[in-house]
Ligand binder design. Sequence first.
Ligand code: CP
Length: 309
Amino acid sequence: MNDFFQKDIISVRDFDKAKFESVFSATDKIIKMDPTQRREIGRGKTLGYLFFEPSTRTRLSFQAAMALIGGTSLGIADMASSSTKKGESLADTIKMISIYSDVLALRHPLDGSSRFASEISEKPVLNAGSGTEEHPTQAIQDLYTIKKEKNKIDGLKIGIVGDLKYGRTVYSLLYALSNYDVDIRLISPESLKIRADSIYEIQKKVSLKESTNLDEYIDELDVIYVTRIQKERFPDEEEYQKVRGSYKIGLDVVGKMKENAIILHPLPRVDEISTDVDSTKQAKYFQQAEYGKFTRAALLGLVLNEAGL
Ligand code: CP
C-alpha cells in the first residue's frame, strides 16, 4: 500500500524527504504516461472542492488534474450560491461534499480549517490553503519546479521575498525545504518578517538569514521565490500602504541575478514582478503553475489508489 492511500494532506510538516521524492516520481510518471492509461487512474472517482476564498490556479489545477486522470469534479467556489447563505454550518457543508465525492479539496481563511475538515469528512481532505498557516500542495509544486529547473534541491541558495508574515505558501515552502540541505535568505519589510514562532523548528535544520534589502543577496541566489504583499490579510489598510510595492523585480533586478538563477512566484502577482520579466529565461513562474496540475494529479492518484502509480 502506498503511504498516501486514503490519507489527508493537511501539512507539509507530515512529509519527509522520501515522501516528497515519491510524489515527484509519481509526477514524472503521470507526465510521461500514455493518456489512455492515465485516465484509468481516476476513472469513476470524484473530487469535491470547497473554496471559501478566491482562487484561480489551485482550484482549476485540481479540476484539471482530476480530468487528466479520468475523474470528475464537483464543488462550490461561490459561497453565495450555496446553502451556507441559509445558515448551513461549515461542518455540515464539509460533510455533504464528502458524501458526494471520493476526495475533498478545501480552501478556507481560517488557520486549522483543513484539520477541522479532516475530522468531519468521510473522505481524505487535501488542504488547498488554510488561513496564513499552510498551502501544502503549493509547496509540493514549488519543490518539484526547483528540482526540474535546477536539477537538484540540495546545495541551493534560495531567497524568499515579500510578505513573509502572512504568506501561507512561504511557511509550507520553508517546512518543505527544511528536509533538504539548502541555504535560505528571507527578504521582507521589517513589519512583514517571518513569524519566528512558526519557524522555531526549521531554524535548527537549515541556515537562515534575514534582510530587508534584496540587493544584499540578489547576486548569490539560485532561486528567488517572490510573493505578493497580500492586502487582504492586513488588519489595517494603513499598514498595507506603508509596505506596498516594497520589492519590484524588473529587468534591472534580473540583470543582477546569477545567469542560471530562476524566479518563482506562487501567483497571483500584482506589481512585484514586472511583465517584461516574463520573457526572460529566469522567469519560471508560469511553468511552476503548469507543474501544479501534474503534482496535484500525482497526489490525487496516490490518495485514490492503494497500489500507487
Ligand atoms: N498559488 C495560488 O494559490 O493561486 P490561487 O490563489 O489562484 O489558487
